[in-house]
Design a binder for this molecule. Sequence first.
Ligand code: HAM
Length: 422
Amino acid sequence: MADPDPRSRYRAPIGTHDVLPPESDRWVEAVARFAERAARFGYGLVVTPVFEHVEVFQRVGTSTDVVRKEMYELTDRGDRRLALRPEGTAPVVRAYVEHRPTPPWKVWYLAPNFRYERPQKGRYRQHWQLGAEVLGVDDPDVDVEVIALADGFFRDLGLRRFRVLVNSMGMPEDRARYVEVLTRYLLEHADGLADEFRVRAKQSPLRLLDAKNDEWQDVIERAPQITEHLGDVARVHFESVQAGLAALGIAYELAPRLVRGFDYYTSTTFEFASDALDAAQDAIGGGGRYDQLAEEMGGPATPGIGFGIGLERVMIACDEEGALTPPPARLDAFVVDALGDGDATVLVNELREAGLRADRAYGGRSMKAQMKVADRTRARFAVLLAPEEARRRMVKVRDLVGGDEVDVHREQIAGWLRERSS
Ligand code: HAM
């Protein structure tokens, strides 16, 4: 469908957004803290392409909305069927299968994801995820580790109003048995409910547990729970995960109706729900185990677990909770040039190379105009290059906070500022 108004073509597409300074300062801060944390936990950065062969994502689940209805698919000029990444796990597992790094393979990523969803606050057609994945270990301690990695990240940002929800989807055979029991229950209780209930009970009974429809809640709330149908292996694993979380002091809630939107999940699943966000999109992060995905992609049987954190939602939660408000990056010095002899360019560069945050005005503006810019940038000091001082090989330094002025030798100014920089 062509857009009727040509001007709107020069706006960001619906459901996407630009991130500009100073908002982007917070993104830099959040990403830096995540990267630093991930490194402390022993995770290395993985970067995969924005698009993959469409089959990579079909493994995520052909019955899921993300794959069936929301994927951005394209055919390239070589007639290859490709898709923009709708989520981060499948590409990482594809990369694992392709390169066969030695397990355990612990990686983190920052990547945009594309889903053709109905845009609203906290739900976009392009969103960014910070994520982590571990391949090659089925030890429940790893489940605890990845949950601790995400939980600590949220806390480090200053978020408090979130809950950790955990569930187990069981082993595939547990899940198959449970789906049978659940479907039977749902169909037996479908009388008097809309036909859609019956259709969904047959097509995707697990996902029906997540339905928000008011009239269905009674039946859904009384439905049999997967955790009552776990086999021994999944049950013992899940108990160990809970014991591990308790040992780390991570408060969690059991959420037997937590159904994550992908088919690849086995055993542990979890979500971080923020009470600062609207209930319809309150997940600031989520993840779980996918112990069969690598094998389904033609690799050796390799267990895996990970999570994705929605960066935009984290920012909304931070706004609501008054968290992550670093002071705007402040300049150490603003060079004001009343000489116009080229020394301003040399001096600014010298200060920057000496590790100082320095800037200047451009285009030969008046001293007054330059001082105004210096004030606006909230620089700590203005360094004035003026004729009288220059004759004495000096520069004038004005403290923009306290108002004092001193003359400093031109050759010593970088060192002088460094001693006073934060
Ligand atoms: P997901 O739950 O689909 O899981 O997405 C992870 C997080 O990304 C969500 O909790 C939410 O914060 C954010 N998110 C998802 N969709 C949107 C959207 N349309 N707009 C804004 N934010 C969004 C995954 O993608 C899995 N790959 C997670 C995973 C990793 N499981 C195992 N390993």
